[in-house]
Write a protein that binds this ligand. Structure first.
Ligand code: G16
Length: 544
């Protein structure tokens, strides 16, 4: 017999969701009523969960299991009909999105702080996804935030251990809990979209790959799909065991944090293909032997070759990219004669375009790529897309990139991150640049002349909503750009992101180091923003 309790509570300040849900230090989430207040506010903000079916899972980081128990006890106490939960409370973000859609659920809770470090001293996070399987829209998140400011009581079932270790169907009060294998449905979806015979053939021919799961949630997915189903040799997946602290690593798939993979790929005897995914499995990094593929180029290559892949054989309805993402995909869209949408940073902005059938592929410079198969970015999906293209076309990653640039030109691109900067200094820097926007056009910085300067605002073409303050952008004659924005996912001070892009049409200059190719754009950004003086940093913490 389950007992339900109503407990008085007080609003807790600062529960404002960022780019992707609420992210805080794990210890903050473990504080008195912190998690409970936020979950209750989700229920209150979405009009309750009475009679609803939800999906629940997380990336396995420290506090994942305990938090999942709290969510289940609070869903039951508020009258939810059913929760479908991954075994051991694990689900990658794209797998959760798929499950919400496949089962026609009303939404889902994903316990993850994505690529942020985990463990008792790391970060924890809670995301709420809507019935379309995607991150809840800005307006829903605003209602949830409003609810955090007035929450006064918590409804929760009495503490108990709800075993999530075996596939089973349980009840908690009147609520059904269905425990599912986290991998099965997702693997079946991948099998529908990609030519698994061609990819197996590639592995049989001796093609060597390394996939770095970074001790995060994609380990079991990658082992099942790459090694068991597609026949890649055992050991193809490295760091495949999910650990609560990600092996003390930073589960962010980029050249800095996936260093072990990076070093292997940059050696003469490296594997043919390398890839990595993040904490919750929605990001990806693609790298060939001595050939790094920037996320923006990856999106462009996928778009240009999409019809080689069974799930996309009929062509693309349109593509979308976040504003700071390079314009390489725009060139492909122009050639294909399809629309290309420019949205603010945050996967939630793609949802309407995907639902309305205006875009098939979406991507972000922050190592996110995906399509209308789910409503989240999808790390392993991108890896399989590349494998499928390579299996059909033959050749190496470097050759594929060279051929792409030869056809479309190259958009050199690099993002510089300054992490944990003093928040007042970071805001001061943004204000300083904002103050110059009106006077920048016409000014020259070395050989570069500013043509446009503004603060990006997005008018959603589907629902007409407007999102302002989405990044400062400065455009130079010839197509180069600098974009500056503050991250909405960090938990320490402020993270300044400076994005640089330059268009190169001269084939003799397609193989430069991006930092060298972008040197004049980087210098102009420094002159305009005074980054070193204002952040007190000599160099970025992370360059991607
Ligand atoms: C989240 C969002 C992405 C966004 C990224 C970086 O990714 O889902 O859409 O591009 O954060 O955001 P910011 O620049 O504000 O830090 P993830 O993988 O962390 O969920």
């Amino acid at each position: 017999m389950t007992t339900f309790r109503t407990i008085p509570t007080e609003p807790i300040e600062g529960q404002k969701p960022g780019t992707s849900g609420l992210r805080k230090k794990t210890a903050v989430f473990q504080g008195h009523h912190y998690l409970e207040n936020f979950i209750q506010s989700i229920w209150n903000g979405i009009g309750g969960v009475q009679g609803k079916t939800l999906v629940l899972g997380g990336d396995g980081r420290h506090f994942n299991s305990q938090a999942a128990q709290v969510v289940l006890r609070m869903a039951a106490a508020s009258g939810a009909k059913k929760v479908i939960v991954g075994k051991r409370a694990l689900l990658s973000t794209p797998a959760a999105s798929h499950l919400i859609r496949k089962r026609g659920a009303d939404g889902g809770i994903i316990l993850s702080a994505s690529h942020n470090p985990g463990g008792p001293n790391g970060d924890f996070g809670v995301k709420f996804n809507s019935a379309n399987g995607g991150p809840a829209s800005e307006s829903v998140m605003a209602r949830i935030f409003d609810a955090t400011k007035v929450v006064s009581e918590l409804h929760i079932a009495e503490s108990q251990d709800i075993g999530l270790r075996t596939l089973d169907t349980l009840t908690l009060g009147d609520m059904e809990i269905e425990i599912v294998d986290p991998v099965t449905d997702y693997a079946a979806l991948m099998q529908e979209l990609f030519d698994f015979d061609a990819i197996s053939g590639l592995f049989k021919s001796g093609f060597r790959m390394r996939f770095d799961a970074m001790h995060a949630v994609t380990g079991p997915y990658a082992r099942t799909i790459l090694e068991e189903i597609l026949g890649a040799p055992p050991g193809t997946v490295m760091n495949g065991l999910p650990l609560p602290d990600f092996g003390e690593g930073h589960p962010d798939p980029n050249p800095t944090w996936a260093k072990q993979l990076w070093d292997e790929m940059m050696s003469d005897s490296g594997p043919d293909f390398g890839a990595a995914s993040d904490g919750d499995g929605d990001r990806n990094m693609i790298v060939g032997r001595k050939a790094y593929v920037s996320p923006s180029d990856s999106l462009a290559v996928i778009a240009a070759n999409a019809t080689l892949v069974p799930g996309y054989r009929d062509g693309l309805k349109g593509v979308a990219r976040s504003m700071p993402t390079s314009q390489a995909v725009d060139r492909v869209a122009a050639r294909l004669g399809i629309d290309c949408y420019e949205t603010p940073t945050g996967w939630k902005f793609f949802g309407n375009l995907l639902d309305a059938g205006r875009a098939t592929l979406c991507g972000e410079e922050s190592f996110g790529t995906g399509s209308d198969h789910v409503r989240e970015k999808d790390g392993l999906w991108a890896v399989l897309f590349w494998l499928n293209i390579l299996a059909v076309k033959g050749g190496s990653v470097a050759e594929l990139l060279d051929a792409h640039w030869a056809e479309y030109g190259r958009n050199y691109y690099s993002r510089h991150d300054y992490e944990a900067v003093d928040a007042a200094a970071a805001n001061g820097l943004m204000d300083h640049v904002r103050g110059q926007l009106a006077s920048l056009p016409g000014q020259s910085f070395g050989a570069l002349t500013v043509e446009t300067a503004d603060e990006f605002a997005y008018d959603d073409p589907v629902d007409g909503s407007r999102s302002e303050g989405q990044g400062l952008r400065i455009g130079f004659a010839g197509g180069g750009r600098v974009v500056l924005r503050l991250s909405g996912t960090g938990t320490d001070g402020a993270t300044l992101r400076v994005y640089h892009e330059k268009v190169e049409e001269d084939a003799a200059r397609f193989n430069l180091d991006p930092q060298e190719a972008l040197a004049d754009i980087i210098a102009a950004a420094e002159t305009i923003a005074g980054i070193k003086a204002r952040t007190g940093r000599d160099a970025p913490d992370v360059i991607t």
